[in-house]
Design a binder for this molecule. Structure first.
Ligand SMILES: [Zn+2]
Length: 227
């Protein structure tokens, strides 16, 4: 049986959604994940009040980047504007994930950025994970503030809300979502027992080239902003 490219994307998205649920990064009814329909200004996204355990490909919502629904049996996630803002400003991004994972959200509530505490953080995410200013959920504002906090990186925290992740593939994005929660947990734990030591900028820069060649997805036009 020949599977259409679009059904293949729906099926990958279901797998990705089940993966973030299995890793404990989202609970039923919260968070969302989407994939871009390459070469078209379209994407597929999990439905509103998503039930991850029973999610099927027919539940996936097909959307245009202008915000209109192409086909759906269910309502799209209420946070589509966040996904649209990222796809529009970052053409290389293939997958966007939004979670309310516990430790990352704790840090977003006290507005603590996750500084560079692990070398792998620079390789996979591009550096610190910063908190975007508070933006009203489901509005254009939250997309704009998320993009500011992302800067050239692949992850940011949303104040009093959760996490936003983008990747050049679904596999990358799932890995990054898991890593952000792990880093948040480690940083939170370190803060309980002492003063966390931050990896120096000079040392972190050595890993920047791996980020640039393997995982970076920001547009070329942002390159001058790196310093
Ligand atoms: Zn949310």
């Amino acid at each position: 049986m020949v599977i259409s490219k679009e059904d293949q994307l729906r099926s990958e998205l279901v797998e990705g959604a089940k993966a973030i649920f299995a890793k404990g990064l989202v609970e039923a009814g919260e968070g969302n994940i989407s994939v871009r329909n390459v070469k078209k200004d379209e994407f597929f996204i999990t439905p509103s009040f998503n039930q991850y355990e029973s999610l099927k490909i027919e539940d996936i919502v097909h959307m245009s980047l202008d915000g209109t629904t192409i086909s759906a049996k269910k309502l799209p996630s209420t946070e589509i504007k966040l996904h649209i803002a990222i796809y529009k400003s970052r053409p290389k991004v293939q997958c966007v994930i939004h979670t309310h994972s516990t430790f990352a959200t704790i840090l977003s509530i006290v507005r603590k950025n996750i500084p560079i505490i692990m070398e792998e953080q620079v390789v996979f995410l591009g550096g610190s994970v910063d908190v975007a200013p508070f933006g009203k959920a489901h509005t254009d504002e939250i997309g704009e503030t998320a993009l500011q906090a992302l800067d050239i990186k692949n992850a940011a925290l949303l104040a009093n809300h959760g996490v936003i992740i983008c990747g050049k593939s679904l596999g990358h994005a799932v890995k990054f979502a898991e890593l952000v929660e792990k880093l948040a947990k480690m940083y939170w734990g370190a803060l309980q027992i002492g003063e966390p030591k931050i990896i120096s900028k000079e040392h972190a820069e050595r890993f920047q080239k791996h980020f640039e060649s393997l995982f970076a997805n920001y547009p070329r036009s942002m390159r001058k902003k790196k310093s």
